[in-house]
Write a protein that binds this ligand. Structure first.
Ligand SMILES: [Zn+2]
Length: 914
């Protein structure tokens, strides 16, 4: 019973833009799934409350282990059915064999000439592409697009993103300006893609040379598209290549050259009969043996006499016999589905199968809303028989195929008499299906804030299952409308765990729709014939096909009415499976949800770690987020550290500002929140938001958080960038030598034996034979001081305009001036006069808050501690030690156009002459 609110469309598996590279073959072997302890109901209670027990981080991990894979939906069907009268027509017959194209195409084929299908194979090929032993390039694709918004560019990126391949886009320069391709004897890109091949062939000789040398040296291939325009010459040579282009052709009968070495997923031996869309196709022609046709078609009869029936090669691969560079050229864009398939194979081929998904495709079909549904749209006995018979047929094609039924027991026996008999028939055959709980009354969990209410609803459904012998141990559930799954509604997870022992769930929303640019939506149609035409398009190379092509694991969400009212669900999956098996070598199979999740995490181990995004930045997320939650409880800026640079003083000064509010301290430590860099992250954003006050009426209020460890912890910028992409970032930097010394003193005052028993000089100059404790202390003293490295990591997730480097030495000596700059950077109003708010405390030697009556209120005595000056020889040692990284910082700040801290200037000057 999916209402209009369930505005879902088939989509590909989500992934993060900064997903680390992966190699499919190793990922599935070397990463055993993490053991999943099973929580007891008692242990789950209060999981999301503020720090209460030591076991909590572990429990939080469990809670989040629930968040799982993509869910691919078939809302078209559901929506169509629920908003239209009952269909009287007989269910359509699924695709039966590989030869038949669409009805229109088949008619167009009658009597059409057939050219020979295959070219003779040539000797001396490397069919698997160039497999290097140790890759010398990063597994990243460099994509030269025409503009940020060019359509083909977006389609290229969508395929890469769906496949979770790392990529970088650059606007193809008219001339010059090739980005840096290699460094430290390592190539940055494994493949170069040109949206417009002409940008490649027209490169000036210097840049072309640079690119060619790079491709040869690192074994990198080139992939390019030629899209004809009205102005394209009908016949032209591709500049610099023995290759002729015939443009603006009208073609038909597309076929695959089975001898093309790049074929991998694509299964040849087929003709897609009928005319190709458009009359702007380009064919490549060459006599040189380096070129091998990949896709071929013949001229339509509308072409001039003499041209009719001629064979054209619209995708061609260059085997590198001329200059050692492998290339694939497309004589059109990616609009035609077969081009997407060949594009995926080309990427695999040109990267020696480094950028390539495994051949296995796991499918699961969820049938939500069992027993839910209006009278007249539910399953009758004959529908259940059809479901069973289709399941059996599918099992011969897809090992283990089993429909996964999601039930809401409250609606059992609420149909017509014939439908009630259908309910009984389903239950009689319950052992032949898998089952999962939907929600007893099909309610949306995110609207309920009381765990008890949710748990009670679940208990009723479980009782129903037990009464009717429905298995209750699948460990999987999906909430109606994805409600509460993501963005996470913690109460739902708590109730799921306590009542059902749920271990995995699925949603299409996590961490957001992927790719972001969806192909055009299929709109609900009132006419069944139109609905089915759209569905056919989706199956025959459209969205449904691409979903399977680009995702190793797909879960399809369908609804009861797709099996009762119109049986389009049966039609869809039988046809889809057949189409996939006709055109690809993909191996399809089904697994129960928990095993499927394990498989998913084997393939994408990096996704075990959740990534929270801001629900308010995505309308779809906001719609299924609790109305009681607000993104105004997330910080507008972060003070990220590092430690011992004066961040506490900055925090105190900021807090004096009337429009700036800090987070509450962590109640368990009375100190920093430490969300992004610690296991606290697994407690979720509700936990994090509890550290911030409910927003006042003043929308200009700035709330912020300071955790000094954020600066130099590896995964923090990515997490912060996902949740707070618009936040501003403040880093406070002092001379890293002074920072190291301060850290050492800090450790002394905390009675670290390594610090107590060794002088600072001993620690700094400790060699590899020193004790572990001393080396650890040395590392913690020195590592954060590589400022540029850490800042670069932040800059991968934040634009430079959102980052401010604060001179920590100046903050100490002249805080009012620094705070003026900080206020300007934040854009906070009103302007606060720190000259009047601060007073210099002679005794402390610090600027402190000026109280009424002129007294000073300073930070606690642990702050601004006094200790002896650093020994000159240690300072000299550290000046040398940090020279390189300080130079890096100089370069970085110059690039960003930020002021150089005084200490950096001095340090580099003294360094130069010492
Ligand atoms: Zn539902």
């Amino acid at each position: 019973m999916a209402g209009p609110g369930r505005n879902l469309a088939p989509v590909a598996t989500p992934l993060s833009a900064s997903t680390p590279p992966f190699s499919f073959s190793s990922a599935s072997v070397r990463h055993p799934p993490r053991p999943r302890p099973s929580p007891t109901p008692a242990a789950m209670a209060g999981v999301w409350k503020l720090g209460r027990s030591l076991r909590q981080p572990e429990l939080h991990r469990l809670v989040l282990a629930l968040i799982i894979f993509c869910l691919v939906s078939m809302a078209l069907l559901a929506y169509y059915v629920s908003s239209s009268p009952k269909i009287k027509e007989a269910p359509p017959l699924p695709l039966s064999d590989c030869g038949a194209g669409s009805a229109v195409a088949a008619a167009g084929m009658a009597g059409a000439p057939r050219a020979p299908l295959f070219l003779p194979p040539r000797a001396g090929r490397r069919p698997a592409g160039k497999a290097a032993d140790v890759p010398r390039t990063d597994p990243t694709v460099l994509v030269f697009v025409e503009s940020t918004y060019s359509q083909l560019g977006q389609e290229i990126v969508a395929v890469l993103e769906s496949s979770r391949f790392r990529y970088r886009t650059e606007i193809a320069p008219g001339k010059g300006d090739m980005p840096t391709l290699a460094g430290h004897d390592r190539g940055r890109y494994a493949l170069v893609v040109y949206e417009n091949i002409l940008k490649y062939v027209n490169l000036d000789s210097w840049n072309r040379d640079l690119l060619d040398k790079y491709c040869v040296e690192y074994g990198v291939g080139i992939l390019g598209f030629f899209k004809a325009t009205e102005n394209s010459l009908h016949n032209a040579q591709l500049k610099g290549f023995p290759l002729l282009l015939n443009s603006n052709l009208a073609l038909q009968d597309y076929r695959i050259n089975s001898a093309a070495p790049l074929l991998y997923i694509t299964r040849p031996n087929l003709v897609d009969p009928g005319p190709l869309p458009g009359d702007d196709w380009t064919g490549f022609q060459s006599n040189h043996s380096t070129y091998e046709p990949v896709l071929l078609a013949i001229s339509q009869s509308s072409e001039p006499p003499g041209q009719q029936g001629a064979m054209h090669s619209t995708v061609i691969q260059d085997l590198g016999l001329l200059d050692g560079i492998h290339r694939v050229f497309f004589g059109n864009n990616l609009s035609f589905w077969l081009h997407k398939l060949i594009f995926v194979d080309s990427i695999a081929y040109l990267t020696g199968r480094r950028l390539c998904l495994p051949m296995e495709r796991y499918l699961l079909v969820d049938v939500d809303d069992i027993f839910v549904g209006k009278e007249g749209t539910r399953m009758k006995v004959t529908d259940v028989e059809a479901l069973l018979s289709t399941q059996n047929k599918l099992r011969s094609l897809v090992p283990n195929f089993t429909f996964n039924l999601g039930f809401s027991g409250k609606f059992y026996y609420t149909g017509t008499d014939a439908e009630d008999r259908g309910d009984d028939m389903l239950l009689r055959h319950r052992k032949q299906f898998w089952w999962f709980p939907h929600m007893w009354s099909h309610m949306q969990p995110h609207l309920f804030h009381n765990v008890t209410v949710l748990a009670e609803q679940m208990r009723l459904n479980k009782l129903f299952a037990q009464e009717h012998g429905i298995p209750t141990d699948m460990g999987y559930a999906v909430a109606p409308h994805h409600s509460g799954v993501y963005p996470v509604h913690t109460q739902l997870y708590e109730a799921w765990k306590s009542v059902w022992g749920i271990r995995v769930t699925s949603t299409e929303e996590y961490p957001h729709l992927r790719p972001r640019t969806l192909p055009p939506r299929l709109h609900p149609q009132r006419r069944p014939d139109i609905a089915q035409t759209n569905l056919d398009k989706s199956i025959r190379g459209g969205e449904l096909f691409l979903t399977v092509l680009l995702n190793p694991v797909s879960i399809f969400m369908t609804h009861l009415s797709n099996y009762g009212n119109d049986r389009l669900g049966l039609y869809t999956f039988e046809s889809l499976v057949k189409f996939v098996q006709c055109w690809t070598n993909l191996r399809l199979q089904t697994l129960p949800p928990v095993q499927l999740a394990e498989k998913y995490f084997q393939i994408f181990p990096e996704e075990r770690d959740p990534l929270w995004q801001n629900p308010c930045h995505d309308k779809r997320h906001k719609d299924i987020w609790s109305k009681e939650k607000t993104c105004d409880r997330l910080p507008k800026f972060l003070v990220i550290g590092p430690q011992k640079t004066g961040t506490t003083a900055l925090h105190a000064f900021l807090s004096l500002h009337p429009a700036i509010t800090s987070s509450f301290p962590n109640p368990s430590t009375f100190e920093e929140v430490q969300f992004f860099n610690s296991p606290n992250y697994h407690r979720g954003i509700d936990w994090y938001m509890d550290f911030f006050p409910f927003p006042s009426n003043v929308s200009t209020d700035f709330i912020f958080e300071k955790s000094a460890n954020y600066f130099d912890t590896e995964g923090t910028p990515r997490r912060a960038g996902a949740l707070l992409p618009r936040a501003k970032i403040l880093a406070v930097l002092v001379n890293p030598a002074d920072r190291a010394y301060s850290w050492y003193q800090h450790q002394r005052s905390h009675l670290d034996p390594a610090a107590l028993n060794h002088t600072f000089h001993q620690v700094m100059t400790a060699g590899p034979s020193s004790s572990r404790e001393v080396l650890a202390l040395r590392r913690r003293s020195l590592a954060p001081g590589a400022y540029a490295t850490h800042l670069e990591r932040w800059l991968r997730h934040y634009p430079p305009s959102q980052l401010l480097v604060v001179d920590g030495a100046l903050l100490r000596s002249n805080p009012a001036a620094v705070m003026d700059g900080v206020q300007k950077f934040l854009g906070v109003t009103p302007h606060f006069n720190y000259t009047q708010a601060l007073i210099y405390d002679e005794g402390k030697g610090f600027w402190c808050q000026k109280l009424d009556g002129g007294r000073a209120k300073c930070l606690g005595k642990s702050k601004g501690r006094k200790y002896p000056d650093m020994a000159p020889e240690t300072r000299a040692y550290l000046t040398g030690y940090f020279r390189e990284v300080n130079m890096d910082l100089l370069r970085l700040l110059s690039r960003l156009g930020q002021a150089l801290p005084g200490w950096l200037r001095e340090e580099l000057q003294s360094g130069r002459w010492s």
